[in-house]
Design a binder for this molecule. Structure first.
Ligand SMILES: [Zn+2]
Ligand SMILES: [Zn+2]
Length: 338
């Protein structure tokens, strides 16, 4: 085997132009007459004389080259495609482990080459690579998520990982700060996360503490005060804001008069009474302006000033007209059952 290797090396080093392939027959292993080595060879199929570079390598042949030229080999392969492919597949199956091992060995020995080749290939076939990756991801979704989760669980407390992640996130944020699509995506993701966290008491406490701290640090800032006042004004004009302020004033009034206070909404009572004035039995109009005589008012059946409670049972729906003429006379109606 060793002799053969030496033989090939010398053959490459000292090609002789125009020598006949038959000269080869005179050369034995370790023979000194290397200058007779042929640089051309006659193809066994097409019978044409061609340079040695026109023949494929064959380590089983004496001169290290195939008997037929590249063109003939290709034609032969093309003609007998199915048979050859089948034979090769059988061989591959038979030597599977061995082939795998050699490939692996080569890859471990030529890591740089492999990575470089991969990079150039990816750069040249971006679209193809993207598609195949996507296909793989779709076919192995569960496997990938499981693996990722395992990896994350083993690394989530690693300080190096945390700093790296933060840096990467910051870089991505800075790069896409003005990209609307990115912003939208981010907002949706944050909302989703927040929706999950909202049920976590610990998180809510933390969030409250953070907000409180932020508020206290800016409390005396004039700009902040102004913006806060503006926001409050805006909020009080919305449906929720109105409800809030109504509830608040009622509660304060009730507390001032030292009667018991139940936590409920005006709407509950209005819905119970069907938005119908319990005095004149006309339908009230919540969509009108609050100065309109048919606007619904919440009325205490036994007035707060006379010791009535602020509760669902002691309240009813009245139109503005009836409520304003009734004052706190106490009509003696029965308490509502609710
Ligand atoms: Zn040929
Ligand atoms: Zn009325």
């Amino acid at each position: 085997m060793k002799d053969k290797v030496v033989f090939f090396k010398q053959q490459r080093r000292q090609p002789v132009v125009g020598s006949s392939p038959s000269v080869h027959n005179h050369i034995c292993k370790g023979d000194a007459v290397m200058s007779y080595l042929p640089s051309t060879k006659v193809c066994s199929k097409c019978k044409k004389e061609k340079p040695v570079s026109e023949f494929h390598k064959d380590k089983h042949a004496k001169d290290g080259k195939c008997y037929s030229c590249k063109v003939c080999t290709k034609n032969h392969r093309e003609l007998n495609k199915e048979v050859i492919l089948k034979r090769e597949a059988v061989l591959r199956e038979k030597n599977r482990e061995r082939i795998r091992a050699t490939h692996k060995e080569w890859r471990t020995n030529n890591k740089e080459k492999v990575s470089e080749y991969g990079k150039t290939y990816c750069a040249a076939n971006k679209e193809k690579v993207r598609k195949s990756k996507k296909k793989y991801r779709e076919a192995n979704k569960e496997k990938i998520t499981k693996k990722n989760l395992e990896w994350y669980n083993s690394h989530k407390d690693d300080p190096e990982f945390i700093t790296k992640r933060n840096e990467r996130a910051l870089a991505a944020y800075n790069a896409n700060k003005d990209n609307d699509e990115y912003k939208n995506k981010r907002r949706l993701r944050d909302n989703k996360r927040y929706a999950i966290k909202k049920h976590d008491k610990c998180f809510l406490e933390k969030q409250y503490a953070y907000k409180r701290k932020s508020y206290l640090s800016r409390k005396d800032d004039d700009d902040f005060k102004e913006s806060l006042a503006k926001r409050k004004q805006k909020y009080l004009q919305t449906e929720n804001g109105k409800e809030h302020s109504r509830k608040y004033t009622q509660k304060r009034r009730a507390l001032k008069l030292k009667v018991t206070v139940e936590d409920f909404s005006h709407k509950d009572v209005f819905l119970r009474d069907g938005y119908i004035c319990q005095c004149c039995k006309t339908k009230t109009r919540p969509d009108y302006k609050h100065t309109h005589p048919l606007y619904p008012h919440l009325d205490h059946i036994q007035p707060l000033s006379l010791g009535g409670d602020h509760s669902k049972v002691n309240t009813q729906c009245l139109c503005a007209n009836c409520n304003l003429t009734k004052h706190n006379t106490g009509t003696g109606d029965q308490l509502r059952i609710f």
